[in-house]
Design a protein around this ligand. Structure first.
Ligand SMILES: [Zn+2]
Length: 398
């Protein structure tokens, strides 16, 4: 493969960018507690989020109806407001400072089991958030837990209590950064409907409407392109990285040899496609880069290597959450869904980044009635409303 100078430069700068967010082994300066919050996850799991100023070094221990997060080299903060969501297993959260060690003691309304490693994530800073230790757990039977590790024996002399105030006025939309990507553009028209409608035109129109709507709702949004220009997939992903986006939404429209096929579908990144059709779609969307020069394949592989598996999992999980919510929102708006699962997975190059997100195929241009719909302002507005709602209901606070 030949590399142009520009590609090489870009690869270097991107590697540096990725290195900057890659996990470091911490000999860090003392860490400090920023916030504590809880949430209810799909399936009724409780989520505990502990935000700290630098990467947390932690262990978990368990008491009688207690989950204890031990943070080494960390200073607590007595005025930290714990935001407790309703319906979770966590009734109360207390901080205990023991020398340089900080214990976060969550008092539970029920028993839990030892928490699996894959239910614990450390997320990198983004938007207004610092590092977040995220722990998900369901109600359990208390099995596998030795109560003797409880923190309750710790001296209470240095105890700083943070009783949970009720939900504070949520600053849900404050400065959340959304990057909206209108697929294709310029010399790459994307797919073309029987009536001549080009994918690049439809998705740009929807992207602009979506930006307007989200801006009006207090989000900070950026378009990867606002005119009819060609952008490589890697440039789109890199754009989202550079804007430190909280969410990336790539808009597309479909074509299928079967003219009867219609409906929207939503995709998240996975190296293994969830089905053959999803793989085919990823191949055709990824082919956008073939229009220019090869090179992105190598480029994207570098990014994947530099990302820790933990980060990949965290990004995948958040993307999945968003995609599921978006599908629900589209269903609620009675927008026709393509047969089969509403959310699928495939190796889309444009989704290869550290920013959670999804690729939305808004509908099929190859279907005569849907081509007509996709061109119409009314239907575009309907799509925009549904997507905007999915952004509202996405839990950025994780
Ligand atoms: Zn497309």
């Amino acid at each position: 493969m030949k590399w142009t100078r520009r590609q090489l430069l870009k690869t270097v700068s991107f590697s540096a960018l990725v290195a900057g967010i890659a996990p470091r082994v911490a000999f860090a300066a003392p860490n400090s507690l920023r916030s504590i919050r809880t949430g209810l996850q799909t399936g009724g799991k409780t989520r505990l989020v502990v935000e700290t100023s630098s990467r947390p070094s932690y262990t978990l221990s368990y008491g009688d109806k207690q989950l204890i997060v031990n943070l080494s080299n960390t200073t607590g903060k007595s005025d930290v407001q714990t935001k407790l969501a309703s319906g979770t297993l966590i009734k109360r959260v207390t901080q205990i400072q023991d020398g340089t060690k900080l214990q976060i003691v969550a008092t539970l309304s029920g028993l839990i089991d030892a928490i699996e490693k894959n239910q614990i994530m450390v997320l990198e800073p983004n938007g207004d958030n610092d590092y977040r230790l995220v722990i998900d757990f369901p109600e359990g039977t208390g099995r596998g837990i030795s109560v003797s590790t409880a923190a309750t024996t710790t001296t209470t002399a240095k105890m700083a209590k943070t009783e949970a105030p009720a939900k504070s006025a949520a600053n849900t939309t404050k400065s959340r950064i959304i990057v909206i990507d209108a697929g294709h553009g310029g010399k790459d028209p994307g797919c073309i409907g029987k009536g001549g409608t080009q994918e690049k035109t439809v998705v740009l129109s929807v992207a602009k409407k979506l930006k307007k709507k989200l801006d009006a709702n207090g989000y900070k949004t950026y378009l990867t392109r606002s005119t009819d220009v060609y952008l490589k997939l890697g440039e789109r992903a890199e754009f989202a990285e550079k804007k430190h986006a909280d969410l990336f939404i790539s808009l597309h429209a479909n074509a299928n040899p079967s003219r009867d096929m219609k409906g929207f579908s939503i995709y998240t990144l996975s190296e293994k496609a969830s089905d053959e059709e999803a793989q085919k779609l990823a191949d055709s969307e990824n082919a956008a880069d073939k229009i220019d020069v090869d090179g992105f394949e190598q480029f994207s592989k570098d990014i994947r290597v530099a990302l820790s598996s933990l980060q990949q999992r965290a990004v995948a999980e958040l993307s999945e959450e968003y995609a599921n919510g978006c599908a629900k929102s589209m269903n609620k708006a009675s927008i026709e869904q393509q047969k089969g699962p509403s959310v699928r997975h495939a190796p889309f190059a444009v989704l290869r980044s550290t920013v959670p997100g999804a690729l939305i195929e808004l509908g099929h241009l190859s279907n005569k009635s849907e081509e007509k719909l996709l061109k119409s302002d009314a239907h575009q507005n309907k799509l925009v409303d549904a997507i905007a709602k999915s952004v509202h209901s996405y839990d950025f606070d994780v």
